[in-house]
Ligand binder design. Structure first.
Ligand SMILES: Nc1ncnc2c1ncn2[C@@H]1O[C@H](COP(=O)(O)OP(=O)(O)OP(=O)(O)O)[C@@H](O)[C@H]1O
Ligand SMILES: [Mg+2]
Length: 484
């Protein structure tokens, strides 16, 4: 029931003094202890709970004493001196830690006339579970942040792009040059040729290496969500979508690199918005009307034929040209077969490391069988095939027979070229090519003469059988009697 309204209105001074005494009563009951000092730091009032807490026996008067005489650690005097409240602090009284609050008291003129100290909580021990939970959450947060930051770092360096063939060296050289520049990179190549590897290496080799590398695969995200992923969402952008905002990949990559994988799968409807960000360096999150500046370098990649797509109208020409600033073509594996032995060595080492066992090697006929295949899945497929062979065979050196998943090597019998091919060549050609032609001719001759018995052919050529296999692989000469 509501209290009765007083018959007579109180004066301001009366209201204030009533309020003060009610507050003091409240402090007395609410807190574990309450004490008031005057402007000189002398205790003017202290409640019984406080007295009990500090073990004051009640015989002597406590009022009028300097606060430090009663509470040596007290900081109430500073509150009077500075006029600043201490809303939350830990004070040790008699070896126990208490949570306290200190508030300056003001006079009519606004001057500080004293201070009030209250003990909010006298058993900090009891707060331990909450405090340790909080600390655990802090630790968890730090480790999640670290993981996130690690997830946004480059996983590969240029040194991990294996290959000494001319196409591989050229590609790597182009990528190194691109790393030193700022323009958009477009990585073009079949599946498994190392586009992702190179994107990471370019970021790691660029001036942005300290910044984040954020990846987005346009083919892996439903079209409806792609826009939000890329550009972010302002709070309450959709009705029913909750009021949560989301930071888009462009903003996450601010100061770093955004790897736009499978950019050929970017929906046509979204392409103008992407183009605008690339041109203006500003993103507009969904549901917002504010443009946010971003400083992002884009590396795009696709295994699709973007140019043909553009001509067919399924990829916007303006976006194509905006992406195609520093194009890099990654050669398919069949165009750099001579890298196969070196790649196998690296991949077999990686596989061994994963499985925690000694690395396997390849016999010459094993290399020849691998070199003969066309590798539509490129290095990824090579890795898978090696992994399967390692799992299925106990041979320390994997031979042709350990690769039953690959088609039987087909006999390719290129016509033995006429010696004239060399002398009759219309023009001088690079020495490398001329030597390769000469080698090919001599090898094919030796094979013909010996009925394709490689041991004999190698003898005729003055090289080891292993060397012959390697050359056969490199020159793309394959026979079905790989084991002979
Ligand atoms: N030149 C290389 N040297 C060593 N490893 C390579 C090389 N190229 C590719 N790889 C390895 O092959 C696998 C596939 O490479 P990556 O994922 O970069 O290919 P991708 O071009 O992005 O393929 P996709 O188009 O299918 O996404 C990875 O395990 C990668 O480490
Ligand atoms: Mg990829």
């Amino acid at each position: 029931m509501a209290r009765q309204v007083p018959a007579r209105l109180s004066s301001d001074a009366e209201v204030r003094s009533l309020a003060a005494s009610s507050l003091v009563k409240l402090f007395d009951s609410l807190y574990e202890g309450a004490v008031v000092i005057d402007h000189a730091g002398r205790i003017t009032w202290i409640n019984d709970k406080y007295k009990a807490l500090i073990g004051w026996n009640g015989a002597e008067a406590i009022e009028g004493r300097a606060i430090e005489e009663v509470l040596p650690n007290s900081r109430l005097r500073q509150v009077v001196e500075t006029g600043q409240a201490d809303l939350l602090d830990v004070l040790t009284i008699g070896g126990r830690q208490m949570v306290v609050s200190r508030i300056p008291l003001h006079g009519e003129a606004g001057n500080v006339i004293g201070a009030l100290g209250v003990i909010l909580y006298d058993r900090l021990q009891a707060l331990k579970p909450i405090v340790s939970k909080f600390q655990q959450m802090q630790t968890d947060l730090a480790s999640v942040r670290k993981q996130l930051a690690e997830g946004r770092q480059a996983k590969y360096r240029f040194s991990q792009f294996v290959g000494a063939s001319r196409p591989a060296v050229e590609t790597k050289e182009q990528a190194r040059r691109a790393a030193e520049r700022e323009g958009t990179v477009l990585l073009l190549g079949e599946t498994g040729t190392g586009k992702e590897l190179l994107a990471h290496a370019i970021h790691a080799g660029s001036r942005r290496a300290e910044g984040s590398l954020v990846s987005l695969n346009a083919a892996a995200i439903p079209e409806a969500l792609l826009e939000a992923e890329l550009f972010g969402v302002e709070p309450g952008a959709f009705t029913g979508a909750g009021s949560k905002s989301r930071t888009g990949k462009f903003q996450l990559a601010d100061g770093g690199t955004l790897f736009l994988d499978e950019v050929g799968d970017m929906p046509l409807g979204l392409q103008p918005k992407l183009l605008r960000v690339l041109q203006e360096g500003e993103v507009e999150p969904l549901g917002g009307n504010q443009l946010r500046p971003v400083n992002v370098r884009v590396i795009a990649a696709t295994s699709r034929d973007l140019k043909t797509m553009m001509e067919a109208g399924s990829f916007r020409a303006d976006l194509y040209y905006r992406l195609n600033v520093l194009p890099i073509r990654l050669p398919p594996l069949r165009e750099r077969r001579e890298d196969i032995p070196m790649l196998c060595e690296t991949l077999l080492e990686q596989i061994a490391e994963q499985g925690g066992e000694a690395s396997r090697a390849l016999t010459a006929d094993g290399v020849a069988r691998l070199a003969a295949y066309d590798w539509p899945g490129n290095v990824r497929e090579l890795r898978n095939v090696l992994e399967q062979a390692v799992a299925q065979s106990d041979n320390r050196r994997l031979a042709s027979a350990d690769f039953p998943m690959l088609p039987e090597t087909v006999v390719i019998l290129p016509p033995v070229p006429d010696a004239l091919t060399i002398s009759g060549a219309p023009r001088a050609r690079p020495l490398r090519e001329a030597v390769a032609v000469a080698e090919r001719i001599e090898i094919l001759r030796a094979l013909e003469e010996t009925g394709w018995v490689k041991l004999h052919a190698a003898k005729l050529l003055g090289i080891s059988r292993a060397q012959l296999y390697e050359k056969l692989a490199i020159l793309g000469i394959v026979s079905e009697e790989a084991g002979s």
